[in-house]
Design a protein around this ligand. Structure first.
Ligand code: URA
Length: 251
């Protein structure tokens, strides 16, 4: 059997195992297990010392954000206190991005959610856990990618970004892409795809081709949060992952 086919089968089985456990999917009616197991709460440890006095919102670990990359770090310092739109008033953290500034692949999401706003990093909640599984199916880890959102601050109640907010914030994303210069880009969900590609096409249409963002191959796939809500899209997501893998292998 040729090596590509073997690798393909290996990755498909990894993807299935991650989502189904050790069960085998027999038909399309088989309901996929997309649940993300909640982590066991840590056992309560009696405190030997009084708790520290709570101060301000803790600042995010900046090394994870810019990886000490001089240009990315300087850009982060430049924009981290942005107050260009009203989202600055309600945010806890400005969520710049996270990961490896030398990554070959960059993922782009929509906007921070509640967990991301709390912690200051993108994709650290339930959608982030599923994203980690998707990366695993590509034989990658979070350390291998850079990830950022179109918006850097959480829209209240996780509503869709407003056109004005995108207008203000998108130049930040553009600059990040310019600094990181990935070889492949992946837009997670319709909104990231539409913004990056200046398109009004549906997610279905956007998924149909490999696009170019300033010459960089760009795939649009499902947002992990959408996959958590709609397990039926998992098989199509697998097709997208295969496409990403094959582009990565070619560039
Ligand atoms: N959804 C996004 O689009 N981005 C995040 O960082 C988290 C959830």
């Amino acid at each position: 059997m040729n090596e590509d086919l073997l690798n393909d089968i290996k990755h498909l089985l990894q993807w299935y195992r991650l989502n189904y456990g050790d069960e085998i999917a027999l038909s399309e009616d088989f309901s996929l297990n997309l649940s993300i197991e909640e982590e066991e709460p840590a056992p309560a440890v009696p405190r030997a010392v009084p708790p520290a006095v709570e101060t301000d919102v803790p600042s995010a670990d900046t090394a994870k954000i810019h990886g000490h990359h001089p240009k990315l770090k300087a850009f982060y310092e430049q924009i981290r206190d942005c107050k260009q739109c009203d989202l600055a008033k309600s945010r806890k953290h400005f969520v710049f991005g996270m990961g490896n500034p030398d990554a070959d692949i960059m993922f782009v999401g929509e906007a921070p959610g509640r967990d991301e706003d709390e912690q200051g990093f993108p994709f650290v909640g339930r959608a982030g856990k599923l994203l980690n599984k998707m990366l695993f199916a590509l034989s990658m880890k979070r350390e291998d990618i850079y990830i950022a959102n179109v918006l850097k601050c959480r829209p209240p109640g996780n509503r869709d970004p407003l056109p004005d907010e995108v207008l203000q914030c998108e130049p930040y994303l553009k600059q990040q892409i310019e600094i990181i210069r990935p070889r492949v880009m992946v837009a997670l969900g319709r909104i990231a795809g539409q913004v990056l590609l200046r398109s009004e096409a549906s997610l279905k249409q956007l998924r149909e081709s490999t696009h170019r963002y300033n010459g960089i191959p760009c795939i649009v796939t499902y947002h992990p949060a959408a996959l958590l809500r709609n397990s039926g899209w998992k098989a199509a997501a697998w097709q997208d992952l295969k496409k990403i893998k094959s582009i990565m292998d070619d560039v």
